[in-house]
Design a binder for this molecule. Structure first.
Ligand SMILES: C[S@@+](CC[C@H](N)C(=O)[O-])C[C@H]1O[C@@H](n2cnc3c(N)ncnc32)[C@H](O)[C@@H]1O
Length: 290
């Protein structure tokens, strides 16, 4: 099978599940991953034959994609903040809106005393998953940040550590910790900056979610109990009262449907809070400070 035939065959199968543009993006990504060739080179070499192992890899990828598995898990890679992260089913696939949270946090750190006085801010990321937030912050603030990240999932921390090493962020400290258990907070010091993209989807919303999210992404990364959809924000607000350094700040991603409720929650704990929309105009992130 030639390069061109492989692409067209995959594309025709993907049309069974995806709209034209998305199918073409996925097909490009898969063929590039398998052949190691950029689009322009594949056009020039369109009649080159795929090797037997490449054909097997393509057959496996096609099968998995047709089962609705996200392309990022099929290929074991996701792009975030210009870096390629390893991902598997232990971790949430990093989302573009989370990059906006990282950008906001970085800007604010740069505009404060830390950069001006050349101090090293201490940063904690809660519910780190693939490690996308702390690794992007560490890389952008290098060498001026001391970064810690925690998660309740051993599988997620394994992936995050692997990413930190691969992406030149090995000095990040990773902790296995159940953040909902307040007794575990005692082992943690003060932080200048606390970031989090915690679970925030109600179980009741599962019925309206896409299969590729619901069937493949880890439930611990997505869902909270319906009776307290803001549980993580309540805990983060309480944690900040005892673990945020003077002039420190929290940056959290939120459920777009709960922007005002989440702002009110932080205010009820004595914080000042600012709500920001993402590029799609959805309520998506909050900065809170005491
Ligand atoms: C929405 S995912 C975010 C992952 C990553 N920060 C990102 O933005 O892609 C939430 C993460 O919180 C973790 N988590 C869930 N419950 C937790 C708990 N009780 N304590 C610590 N982490 C928890 C999950 O394992 C998951 O990695």
């Amino acid at each position: 099978m030639t390069m061109k035939e492989a692409y067209l065959r995959l594309l025709s199968r993907l049309y069974e599940l995806y709209a034209d543009r998305e199918a073409a993006t996925i097909a490009d990504w898969v063929i590039e991953h398998i052949t190691g060739m950029k689009r322009i080179d594949r056009i020039v070499h369109k009649n080159v034959l795929l090797s037997a192992p490449q054909q097997l890899q393509l057959a496996d990828a096609t099968e998995r994609l047709l089962q609705h598995e996200p392309v990022q898990y099929v290929l074991g890679e996701a792009w975030f903040a210009g870096m390629r992260f390893y991902v598997d089913r232990n971790v949430l696939i990093p989302r573009p809106e989370t990059e906006e949270l990282v950008e906001w946090t970085t800007e604010e750190i740069r505009n404060t005393k830390y950069e001006v006085q050349n101090q090293q801010p201490t940063i904690l990321d809660i519910g780190t998953g693939s490690g996308c937030i702390p690794i992007a912050l560490y890389r952008q603030l290098l060498p001026n940040a001391s970064v810690t990240a925690l998660d309740v999932s051993e599988g997620a921390l394994k992936v995050a550590k692997q990413n930190a090493i691969a992406l030149a962020a090995a000095p990040i400290d990773f902790l296995l910790l159940d953040f909902l258990n307040e007794a575990e907070w005692q082992q943690l010091p003060l932080y200048d900056i606390i970031t989090s993209n915690p679970p925030y989807i109600k179980q009741a919303e599962a019925a309206s979610m896409n299969r590729n999210v619901l069937d493949f992404e880890p439930a611990t990364a997505l869902f909270v109990e319906d009776n307290d959809p803001l549980i993580f924000y309540r805990k983060i607000a309480a944690f900040g009262k005892t673990h945020l350094a003077a002039k420190g700040a929290l940056f959290v991603e939120i459920n777009e449907a709960l922007g005002l409720a989440t702002i009110d929650l932080f205010k009820s704990y004595g914080y000042q809070a600012l709500l920001r929309q993402d590029l799609q105009g959805r309520d998506r992130m909050i900065k809170a400070w005491l």
